[in-house]
Every structure is written in C-alpha cells, then in structure tokens.
Write a protein that binds this ligand. Structure first.
Ligand SMILES: CC(=O)N[C@H]1[C@@H](OP(=O)(O)OP(=O)(O)OC[C@H]2O[C@@H](n3ccc(=O)[nH]c3=O)[C@H](O)[C@@H]2O)O[C@H](CO)[C@@H](O)[C@@H]1O
Length: 372
C-alpha cells in the first residue's frame, strides 16, 4: 500500500526544505504515494512549495511575541482556528502519518493529528529544540533529531537520530550549475555569501563595506545573496559606491541552492541548522556568523559544533566587522590546503542518508500503529 502523508513545516527555509527533501525521497521509493503539504499564509512556503507542484494548503497562524501582549491572544485564537481547519483537512485527506518539520503551522497541524489519533513524527533540525517541537513531543510517536545533543530535550524512548533529510537531497543532486552562468571563471576559488533564508543585515553591511576592496581581487570571486527584503537597498548602496566588478554577483535569493552549493569552495553564512546539514553532507568549509536573534542562542550552539570539529570558523555578530570578515574570508580562499582540511572535517559530520532514515522511521511508525 502506498503511503498517504501530510507534511507540515513553515515560516523559514530551514523548516521547509527538509520537508521537501523527505517528500522527494518518498516519491522516489513509493511513486504512488499521496502527499499534501500544509503551510502557513505568512511564511516563505507560500513562495517555495507551489513551484514543486505538490498539493498545498495554507492556514493562518502567527508566532508568539516574547513579551506578554495582546498579540499573544490573537496568536492563541488563530491557533485554535487553525487546529479546527487542520482537523478538517486531515479528515478529508486521511493520512497514514503526519510529519512536522517545525514552525508554528506544524504546531497546529500535528496537534490536530494527535487529537485524532493519527501517528505523528517530528523532525528537529537544531541542537536546541524549537518551541513548537517541544510542545508536540509529548503526543508525537517519534522524534527524528539531527544533532546528538538534542536528544536530552525530548522523551528518551521516542528519539531517533536520522539527521536532516535536506543533507541527503543536496548530496545526491547532480549539479548542472556552472560558474560561467555568472560570467565567473571555473577555476578561481569561489565564496557564496548569504544570511539564512531571509538574509542578514549585519552580513550584508559587512559585505557592502568591503565590496570596493573585493572588486580589485583578481584571484577570487563571490556570489552574494542578500535576501529578498534587502536586495533593493544593497544594490543601491553598491551603485553609490560605484562597484562594477566582474568577480561579485549580487542576487536577492537562490532558488537553485542545491545546484550552486556543490560548485563553491567556501560559504559565509548564518548557522541555521538546515544550511549546516547541507554543507556537512557536501563537505563545504565555512565562516559562520550565528544569528543572535534566535531562541536560546541555538545558532551559535549549532555553529560551535562545526568549529570544534575543525569544519568552520565562527565570528559572533558582536565581533563582526567588515575588515575581519574580509580578512578571514580572503585568507581562507587563498589557502587551498586549509580549505581541503576543513572540507574533509565538514563531511565527516554529515548525514548523507538522512532522508532514507527518516523515510524508514515513518514506515516503522505506520506499521507499528497498524499492529495495534
Ligand atoms: C532566524 C531564524 O529563526 N532562523 C532559523 C531558521 O532559519 P533559516 O530558514 O534561515 O535557516 P537554515 O539555514 O536552517 O535554512 C535555510 C535554507 O534556505 C535555503 N536558501 C537560503 C537562501 C537562498 O537564497 N536560497 C535558499 O534555498 C538554504 O539552502 C537552506 O536550505 O530555521 C533554522 C532551522 O530550523 C534554524 O536553525 C534557524 O535558527
């Protein structure tokens, strides 16, 4: 019997791409499987999921504000409504199992499934569990983790180490991207710079401030992805600085990240867990600038694990200057032996079979439920 799966994850790319990666594996192994993606109206999934051709439904949800406020009452009332709608969606679709990859919307969808006694599995990408996944963990059948130290934050008997399925997807991708697409030279060391799925102001500013200097480099090139909301202002600043370089490509967002990553020599980025799953599965050295604006500073904890293994260098945002980033980045790009060592260390941390493992876990939970 083919699987019927509802998958839900949203808000930022870090929760969406793992869900899509698992679906890709499922459809390879079980081409007749039926999949429904349930996301939110607010998150990036509205722009990403429809392009995949998957059946897609959206719910209205929003996040909790950290201070006690009226917004939280609205959040709770939206949550209750979203759970009601999710119950209808689940009753119509009749999934064998519901997978949640994080974000508020998965809170509503998996909670609804748990109340309806449908098996649920959650995928935690981070080393520190997100609020939604903690909330869902009591009712979940299994919790698939990606960092060993996430285990202690969940009920012990439910935890399974699978890794982040997005790692396997990028590792198996046959890249068709060529650096020539950016009028770059194939053989020059290339750095990709981006600040997570939404872009990061601090990284963007540091890059703008060294752009004139970088434009004079003849032995390295950079793909600079600003994030959609910062693209216009960054472009304007570069124009005012009169930066017209052949070694710097500036873009708002990369839809084909899985195609581009295998062709780069160094990554400069935030340390969101899904980005780290990608670069460890592929073996890409990195300079990581953890976002300071996340729950329990989890991005720094993610990043330090790579740093301790010798796979990455970490610059905390309070110590980020344009000069430091420029120095560290150009030094690494000129040292191919060091890049190769870091790449090997990164690869040793990867989980290139994470999607297979998560798929097996879903099957196991379904079979277990059918026995009872
Ligand atoms: C601010 C915030 O709450 N960030 C969280 C969010 O981040 P965020 O979504 O930024 O984090 P990740 O780095 O985990 O994932 C980004 C994903 O977007 C992709 N991408 C990015 C840029 C681009 O142009 N094209 C593209 O495809 C990346 O390849 C990656 O697959 O989810 C992560 C996973 O739970 C968390 O670890 C982060 O802390």
């Amino acid at each position: 019997m083919s699987m019927r799966l509802i998958v839900s994850g949203g808000g930022t790319g870090g929760h969406i791409y793992p869900a899509l990666a698992l679906v890709e594996t499922l459809l390879k192994k079980d081409p007749d499987a039926k999949v429904l993606y349930v996301g939110s109206f607010r998150g990036l999934e509205g722009g990403i999921v429809p392009k995949t051709g998957l059946a897609f439904k959206q719910l209205h949800v929003q996040g909790f504000s950290r201070s006690l406020s009226l917004t939280n009452f609205k959040t709770i009332s939206l949550f209750i409504k979203a759970v009601k709608e999710a119950k209808k969606i689940i009753a119509d679709f009749k999934p064998d199992i519901v997978l949640g990859t994080g974000g508020y919307v998965s809170g509503a969808v998996l909670y609804a499934a748990q109340r309806m006694h449908i098996p649920t599995v959650i995928n935690e990408q981070n080393s520190i569990a997100g609020m939604t996944n903690k909330f869902l963990s009591r009712g979940a059948d299994k919790i698939a983790i990606s960092f060993p130290n996430a285990a202690s934050q969940f009920p012990k008997d439910k935890v399974v180490m699978t890794g982040n399925p997005r790692g396997q997807q990028v590792a198996e991708k046959k890249s068709t991207f060529s650096l020539k697409d950016f009028s770059f030279k194939e053989k020059l060391p290339t750095v990709l710079i981006f600040g997570g799925s939404g872009g990061a102001l601090a990284i963007n500013q540091a890059v703008v401030d060294f752009a004139q200097r970088f434009a004079k480099q003849t032995q390295m090139q950079a793909i600079f992805v600003t994030g959609k909301k910062y693209f216009a202002s960054v472009s304007e600043k570069l124009l005012n600085l009169d930066v017209h370089s052949t070694n710097l490509a500036v873009l708002p967002y990369l839809d084909n990240m899985d195609d581009v990553l295998p062709k780069i020599d160094l990554l400069v980025s935030r340390s969101g867990a899904t980005t780290l799953a990608e670069i460890t599965a592929l073996g890409i050295p990195s300079i990581l600038v953890p976002s300071p604006n996340v729950t329990a500073n989890h991005q720094e904890k993610n990043a330090r694990q790579l740093e301790e293994a010798g796979a990455a260098q970490v610059i905390v945002e309070s110590e980020l200057t344009s000069a430091k980033l420029y120095h560290d980045m150009t030094e690494l790009l000129s040292d191919s032996a060091k890049l190769a060592r870091m790449a090997a260390k990164a690869k040793s941390l990867g989980h290139p079979d994470a999607a297979d493992r998560l798929y097996d876990l879903l099957l196991e939970v379904i079979n277990e439920k059918q026995k009872h």
